[in-house]
Design a protein around this ligand. Structure first.
Ligand SMILES: Nc1ncnc2c1ncn2[C@@H]1O[C@H](COP(=O)(O)OP(=O)(O)OP(=O)(O)O)[C@@H](O)[C@H]1O
Ligand SMILES: [Mg+2]
Length: 262
């Protein structure tokens, strides 16, 4: 089972402070537009207005090609041709001060297959500027201590996904952005990873997680539903069920994607 042990005092204090004053959203977008494909490109995120609240697990849903990865890339500051307002933890997206405060797991995990789990983590620990203690800690948090000496090329899909997650956790990020982190994982591993996400959120971390799994949608504190680069819905799972008169996230998703205004 993944664990998240030990509370960071700084975060605990921040959470107490947040009870008395409004917190900055983890992500704030106003009129956000992303064009992909260069000069003759297409608008793939189209006039998005959204606040992702801090300290919650927010799911990003939408059909394939709806713009989830493009939005995520804009949030982490690697996407070109982004216009409008996009603030991350109160700073402009891409600001160098966000480097340590943001963890990102890409849709196709980028880990070195010929290095062991620990060697991968050591390499990225150098990039982020953290030490061996932190490497050992995140290996334990994602339950990979036992496999730390194994080359990543000899891991299962789930173990490899947890290696990527461990790398994203190295810098103790305030915002964790995960693009389909549970693809190819069995239900038990998916459940365990979601338990870890919620443990992180209860420790003050904000999470933005894209997914195609509707059981995962039901595990989110809030959901954002994209279609063709526009926001179709933004609310808690219960609110989306009530608004669509449905009883499952899957039915709500289908009702919104197929029935929403075009
Ligand atoms: N490099 C690119 N050049 C041009 N268009 C692109 C490029 N990358 C993505 N697109 C287009 O942008 C749109 C949004 O793609 P994006 O990857 O953000 O979707 P997604 O919601 O993450 O999809 P999936 O669920 O399949 O991962 C799609 O129409 C896609 O074809
Ligand atoms: Mg994608």
């Amino acid at each position: 089972m993944p664990r998240w042990h030990g509370k960071d005092d700084r975060r605990t204090m921040a959470r107490h402070a947040s009870e008395t004053r409004p917190t900055t959203p983890a992500v704030r977008a106003r009129g956000l537009r992303v064009v992909r494909g260069g000069r003759r490109g297409v608008v793939v995120v189209d006039g998005l207005d959204v606040d992702v609240p801090a300290g919650q697990v927010v799911g990003l849903l939408g059909p394939s090609g709806s713009g989830k990865t493009s939005l995520i890339r804009a949030v982490v500051g690697v996407q070109q041709d982004v216009t409008g307002v996009l603030e991350v933890l109160g700073l402009p997206a891409g600001d160098p001060r966000l480097r340590r405060r943001l963890g990102y797991v890409t849709q196709s995990p980028s880990v070195y297959a010929d290095l062991t789990v620990r060697e991968n983590l050591r390499y990225f620990a150098r990039v982020v500027g953290v030490g061996e203690d932190r490497v050992t800690r995140v290996l334990s948090d994602v339950d990979l201590a036992r496999l730390s000496g194994r080359p990543v090329g000899q891991l299962s899909g789930g173990e490899r996904a947890r290696t990527s997650l461990a790398i994203a956790l190295l810098g103790e990020p305030d915002l964790l952005v995960l693009d389909e982190p549970t693809v190819g994982l069995d239900p038990v591993l998916r459940r365990d990873l979601w338990a870890l996400f919620h443990a992180l959120a209860s420790n003050g971390v904000s999470l933005l997680v894209s997914s195609h799994f509707m059981d995962e949608a039901e595990r989110c504190d809030r959901l954002l539903l994209l279609r063709e680069g526009r926001l179709l819905a933004d609310g808690t799972p219960a609110e989306l069920l009530a608004a669509t008169g449905t009883t499952s996230a899957e039915d709500a998703f289908l009702a919104l994607v197929e029935g929403g205004p075009r």
